[in-house]
Write a protein that binds this ligand. Structure first.
Ligand code: KG4
Length: 340
């Protein structure tokens, strides 16, 4: 009998549900919340209320588009954390209730595991290039920046991680500082493409080992812009593109420096990236260029699977289900679920 897994993702501001059958994606529905735009960031209380409104229609639509019925489901995979607790509670409670009512197993998924396994999402008409184990994943999102050694679908080792802000947070906070709106990553990405990355330079952090730090870069941009604005109030408006290009380059240089070192030290040439920031066009280009230069095999998930989605939760859940993982119904979500 085929394994049909329903995946549910509600860790932040996207309510998403996906259905996979024996590892092949049948549907992936995402309701992105627009309510946060005016606030310059995700408002947790508004996010959980929106999840409450969205969860039933999103799951119904995912099941409908997959062409299955609820009774066909084999198991339900859901994001347990990390994320916003109120948001996670909605997805977790819904997954538990549905699993109980259908009398099928529940499988919890670490959201980060979903990003790390996003390259394994298979669509019916597309054969994905899948990395060989062990591989290194540059996991870069709004809440995390890690270099992870992936030994198998269920075994991970964190080689390095940020000691302060996540890189996505640096993108978002700087975009806010420059008055570019939220979420900042895509806007900075777009403007950076029109700018000169060599015109402005920002102090790069120096952190031992394979760890990262991004809070200093943010402060460096803040002071730089403040000082220039004191001399010329139109400085920001006239130099937005070059500022974004220089700042984005500093972030990418920082990410790549440690990634290169991690690959060398672990002698791994299979390299992937995951998480929202892996949608960044500059980072994707650098990963491919560096891969060419260093004879890496680089695997980048399709853009639609870089940001939060339930397809990655369903695929991670399927790997766990096949390995015999079952989650008890008294499980609670955890906001700061540390990786693995
Ligand atoms: O993975 P994700 O959707 O949510 C988390 O799990 O955190 O990542 C969201 C982050 C935000 O910080 C957003 O600004 C960033 O990913 N992001 C980007 C781009 N698209 C999304 N950052 C840089 N360039 C992009 N194109």
């Amino acid at each position: 009998m085929a394994d049909i897994i329903l995946g549910i993702e509600s860790s932040c501001d996207d309510t998403s549900a996906a259905v996979i059958c024996d590892g092949v994606l049948l549907s992936n529905v995402i309701a992105s919340q627009q309510v946060h735009k005016d606030f310059g960031g995700v408002v947790p209380e508004l996010a959980s209320r929106a999840h409450e409104q969205n969860i039933v229609p999103v799951v119904s639509e995912a099941v409908r588009r997959a062409g299955v019925s609820l009774e066909d489901l084999t198991a339900i995979a859901f994001t347990r954390g990390p994320g916003l607790l109120g948001s996670l509670l909605v997805g977790t409670s819904f997954a538990k209730a549905l699993a109980l009512s259908l009398d099928i197993p529940l499988v919890m998924v670490n959201h980060l595991q979903g990003h790390i396994l996003a390259n394994f999402i298979r669509e019916a008409d597309v054969t994905p290039r899948e990395p060989q184990f062990p591989y290194i994943c540059l996991l870069v999102s709004g809440g995390n920046s890690q270099i992870v050694k992936v030994k198998s679908p269920l075994e991970y080792e964190i080689l390095g991680q940020t000691i302060d802000d996540a890189v996505g947070e640096a993108f978002d906070k700087c975009a806010k500082m420059l008055g570019l709106g939220y979420p900042g990553g895509p806007v900075i990405d777009r403007l950076a493409r029109q700018g000169d990355p060599e015109r402005f330079h920002f102090a790069k952090p120096s952190v031992p080992g394979l760890d990262y730090s991004f809070s200093g870069l943010k402060t460096s941009l803040l002071y730089f812009v403040r000082d220039r604005m004191a001399e010329d109030p139109s400085f920001l408006e006239n130099n937005k593109e070059d500022l974004c290009a220089g700042f984005q380059k500093a972030l990418i240089d920082t990410l790549m420096q440690k990634l290169v070192r991690a690959a060398k030290e672990s002698r791994i040439r299979e390299i992937t990236a995951g998480g929202g920031v892996s949608a960044n066009s500059g980072l994707r280009e650098r990963l491919l260029a560096e891969g060419e230069k260093r004879h890496w095999n680089v695997y980048l998930p399709p853009l639609k699977y870089t940001t939060d989605n339930a397809a990655m939760i369903a695929i991670a859940g399927w790997f766990q289900y096949k390995a015999g993982v079952r989650t008890p119904l008294d499980i609670a979500p955890v906001s700061s679920l540390s990786a693995f």
